[in-house]
Design a protein around this ligand. Sequence first.
Ligand SMILES: Cc1ncc(COP(=O)(O)O)c(C=O)c1O
Length: 468
Amino acid sequence: MGHGPSIDELHFAETPSVTKVPGPNSESLLARQEAVDSSAVAYPKRIPIGIDEAKGATIKDVDGNVFLDFFGGIGVLNVGHANPYVMDAVHEQMDKVVHTIDFPTEPRIELIEKLREIAPGDLKGASNVVFGGPSGSDAIEGSIKLAKHNTGRHGMLAFEGAYHGATAGALSLTAGKKYKEGYAPMLPDVVHVPYPYPARDPQLQGDIGGFCPAEDCCQNTGCATALDAVQRKFEDPYSGHESPAGIWVEPIQGEGGVVVPPKGFMKGLRDIADDNDALLIADEIQTGLGRTGEWFGSDHFGVTPDAVTMAKALGGTGLPIGAMLYHEKFDTWGPGGHIGTFRGNVPAMVGGIKAIEYIENHNLLAHADSVGRYLRDRFREIAAETDRIIEVRGEGLFIGVEFVDAAGAPDKEIIKTIQKTSYKNGVLVWSAGRNGNVLRLIPPLVITETQAEVGADIICDAITTALD
Ligand SMILES: Cc1ncc(COP(=O)(O)O)c(C=O)c1O
């Protein structure tokens, strides 16, 4: 089948190309949506377009406007929209068999084998994969069961700023109050402790290492205090909870604002989990499958988690599939330990295999790393000229730019302004952050250098105009 088209061939040629937005066809579709769709609909409120077609890192609306896509379905479209290398195989599979529950199929086993091959650290070749329902939230539900089943404990530890999904168990681990209000109670004995936040953590003085359980403390104050809080939840006899069954962590927080913790954080968590017979679960639903320039976010920290949750980009082309890969020593549950009718979506599995192959064949991990560096440098040039940007951060094509107002408070409004101007000029961007004040850029990994340059020009113009 060859390696598929080069990344230059994946997109609409005329990018970006925008006349009036929203155009008349979008307006009409949006009005029809407003009339019948749920009031839970959120994205078109900020980006008012109806979508007609999408290719690579480009999206065409129903009026023929073509946009550069800098959010890639929030981390779903790592190999781009409608990548033919993936789509051809998916179409072929569609005509053969779609739904197989958990009977073995060639693609199911091949995808598991591939995931075992690219898994972080010692999980390579020594792991099992469970599929359940087709979402990230469901993969998290599976990880909750795995931790409880293997430890006999039921408490859970997660972090402030975390997003782990919207189903009951996952929502309990999610930190955002806005998602929880009105839906309490959540699962019992879930605690949230601070996540290191280098741009915002107060700088402590004195013996920082004294707070930190890691032998090789990296001397970062936020990291040390976060690890201290985690350790106390396990080891302080009056911490208020039974010892958690597991620690759920995003190696880089996504929804929380693309927050990159110091190098020692994951290692410190690994040590605490080991000392307390708890599972370390890396939620790689947003960071996984090449997003950060490595296969998994955990790879940046040289730490082997006990389990890794995946979804989003796993289906390759946007077909839904969730999975959890975990060390084989935790494969202690029996038939039906984690289930779901849609645990055998073969076209999505084919999509996953082909997407991994495409990333390998086109060196997209290195490409994500270099284009990500280029983009961060562009935003750092602006940051150097203003105190309204407190940090430009990220790894690979997972990028956050955090804004404050003139008084130093989180500035959500400026993100909306930047988003609107970028949209009018043909680039779609999204936000993140505890206060909505982080510009989050997660373009498909197949974005070309030229597209990155053009997109950066438009976003940088939008930033400088908004700052004026
Ligand atoms: C880190 C992380 N975990 C879990 C989820 C939940 O995934 P889903 O929306 O597919 O349920 C998300 C979704 O944004 C996420 O970013």
